[in-house]
Design a protein around this ligand. Structure first.
Ligand SMILES: [Zn+2]
Length: 354
């Protein structure tokens, strides 16, 4: 086989592999084609979408000079295109379809409920929940929702979001599975959100926290000690990447699964390059890792591409790549779907004799 054929082989293998996506923000996952369809919807409705096709600005590629805080500004484009319920529903269904087309069999999509001129926070959640329910008729991908709390929000707003999250979790347990803390890591303090997050946990919801995106060992230790079900990124936990011996030892001891977003971390310059990622150290320390996209639209990637990058960077063979997907399936928040998804991946491994 030539080098090119080998690369092609890995590309199609990663695409075909049944995968689970556990860290995908709806707004950041919008593809250019989805954004074009949303723009058309706004044009047809006679409502200005306030974006002037800033698609180039929406994507943050490798070598981009923008910082992590600039990256949060690009989300205003996605927000503007999903301010109407019809647009939000369309964005949800098109995004789920794209993940399915990429070989994803299970997804936990996440989104921060917002009040817009066209809907309340409650209507925002309901729109996504109903879009997910409808998508289950046409799509084979199993889709769930994690409701996000933005770190920039006030305690009162976080409490409101939590009330709604618990209400929807109780009414639609087959769709809403968890709650998460995300947004600008330099804003807010974890401890201010603990009461709301604890309430969600006591109601039975699963919790994931964006953790270690900036150098803040004290907060990382607080987060890990709180024992979330998963954490996102976990970049600045290892001493080599800005963490401390204490933060790394806490993670190794607690073995909290880490949602790893390779391209996102490289393109936002949290790490210098793929090789510098803590993936290897996590694997060696038996800390569970889950390959995820974070914002596939913003970072022009896909879940299968992230698996391929991981395989190429860390020299994994097909059997090891397939086991990454299998291990990831152990950490999905929906108990009922876990066995189904695991069986699907095991089936694939058996068929491919890996
Ligand atoms: Zn994220």
């Amino acid at each position: 086989m030539t080098q090119n054929e080998l690369v092609m082989d890995l590309t199609s293998f990663c695409r075909e592999l049944p995968k689970v996506e556990l860290h995908a923000h709806l707004g950041g996952s919008l593809s250019q084609s989805t954004m074009l369809q949303l723009k058309r919807l706004y044009a047809d409705s006679g409502i200005p979408d306030k974006t002037n096709a800033f698609f180039d600005e929406f994507q943050i590629a490798a070598g981009d000079t923008r910082s992590l805080s600039d990256c949060f500004q690009v989300f205003s484009i996605a927000h503007s295109l999903t301010s109407m319920p019809q647009a939000l529903a369309l964005a949800t269904s098109l995004t789920l379809e794209e993940f399915q087309n990429d070989g994803c069999v299970y997804i936990e999509l996440r989104s921060t409920p917002r009040e817009t001129p066209y809907m309340s926070k409650k209507e925002y959640i309901d729109t996504i929940v109903q879009a997910i329910r409808r998508s289950s008729i046409n799509l084979t991908i199993i889709s769930k929702l994690i409701i996000s709390i933005d770190r920039r929000s006030t305690s009162q707003s976080a409490e409101e979001t939590t009330d709604l999250a618990i209400e929807f979790y109780q009414n639609y347990p087959e769709v809403v599975v968890g709650i998460e803390l995300s947004g600008d890591p330099t804003a807010g303090q974890f401890k201010d959100f603990v009461p709301a997050l604890t309430r969600a946990r006591e109601a039975g919801m699963k919790i994931t926290l964006h953790c270690g995106e900036i150098c803040n060992p004290a907060e990382i230790l607080e987060m890990l000690a709180w024992k979330p079900d998963r954490i996102g990124h976990g970049t600045m936990i290892h001493p080599r990447l800005g963490g401390t011996t204490e933060t790394w030892e806490a993670l190794c001891q607690l073995k909290i699964p880490v949602e790893i977003c390779l391209t996102s971390n490289v393109n936002t310059k949290l790490i210098a390059n793929y090789e510098a990622h803590q993936f290897k150290e996590c694997c060696e320390a038996m800390v569970p890792v889950i390959i995820c996209t974070d914002d596939k639209g913003v970072f022009a990637t896909s879940l299968s591409q992230e698996y391929q990058i991981c395989a190429e960077t860390f020299g994994l063979d097909q059997s090891q790549v397939a086991r990454l997907a299998l291990d990831a399936s152990q950490h999905i928040f929906d108990d009922d779907a876990r066995k189904l998804v695991t069986d699907k991946i095991l089936n694939f491994i058996e068929c491919k004799e890996l």
